[in-house]
Design a protein around this ligand. Structure first.
Ligand code: MN
Length: 260
């Protein structure tokens, strides 16, 4: 807190438009334009998720990056309770539908669909996507993905899912230019801070929100490990605490008038 960009989020005229709450690991609840969006629904078994954040008033849209349990652990239960529109890659949506999710909206990489006023583009991720069944067997879940979400008002947020850095992050920057990037930094199962710093160079967002760290002892990367490289690039590392809610201002990202 105290960084100018976060101050402007808080003081900006439109700062209440988008509110992000980190539920730990890769799970985020986002409130925007009256809708509640949940990315990677893992709450009940998520050791980072505070108890008072495990219940939801409503979920309008659910986005799933891939089929590993630490990302879709509560997808089926929350779908049955709240009936959200569920976005995922085709095979994962078929599986969720078979388990009882009613409103799946399957897609694949490179595609964009508009759901509840959000423009959602599915992008590549470099990771595995097996789904573990109750008996422990692993079944094919399609491929791991990330999302670029464009909110009403124009703010673009990239949730990378679980991934290593990959060169096509440059394409994500050139095509979508997300202002905010949620990047895994924990290491071991995803990229660590070294790779995430390289991802910052490729993506050049204004703000990075680190995720997928600290949940388990082996996820050793920390936001401070990323800070120097990011700040040298003019990127603010916005560290969140589990359960913490922060505004993202659309006004903050309005084009700046050129001084000639
Ligand atoms: Mn994971």
């Amino acid at each position: 807190m105290g960084h100018p960009i976060e101050k402007e989020f808080e003081e900006g005229a439109m700062s209440k438009e988008i509110e992000v709450t980190w539920l730990g690991h890769s799970t985020f609840r986002i409130e925007a334009a009256g809708k509640t969006i949940l990315i990677d629904p893992w709450v009940m078994g998520n050791p980072m998720c505070p108890d008072n954040q495990k219940k939801f008033d409503k979920i309008d849209v659910m986005l799933c990056t891939h089929g590993n349990g630490d990302h879709i652990g509560d997808a089926v239960a929350l779908c049955k309770r709240h009936q959200p529109k569920v976005i995922g890659i085709f095979e994962l949506c078929m599986w969720l539908g078979k388990k009882g999710a009613k409103n799946t909206s399957p897609m694949n990489k490179g595609g964009t669909q508009t759901v509840e006023g959000l423009r959602v583009t599915m992008v590549h991720a470099d990771h595995s996507c097996g789904i573990q069944e109750d008996d422990g067997s692993i079944i094919y879940g399609g491929e791991a993905v990330g999302y670029v979400i464009e909110f009403p008002g124009g703010l673009k947020l990239y949730h990378a899912g679980d991934t290593n850095v990959f060169g096509d992050m440059h394409i994500i920057r050139e095509l979508y230019a997300p202002e905010v990037a949620m990047l895994p930094i924990g290491d071991h199962f995803t990229m660590g801070p070294r790779e995430a710093a390289y991802a910052c160079q490729l993506l050049r967002p204004k703000v990075v929100i680190p995720m997928h760290f600290g949940t388990f002892p082996m996820l050793t990367g920390r936001p401070k490990d990323l800070e120097k490289v990011a700040e040298d690039l003019g990127i603010h590392v916005m560290e969140m605490k589990p359960g913490e809610r922060k505004p993202l201002s659309v006004a903050q990202f309005a084009p700046v008038a050129k001084v000639s």
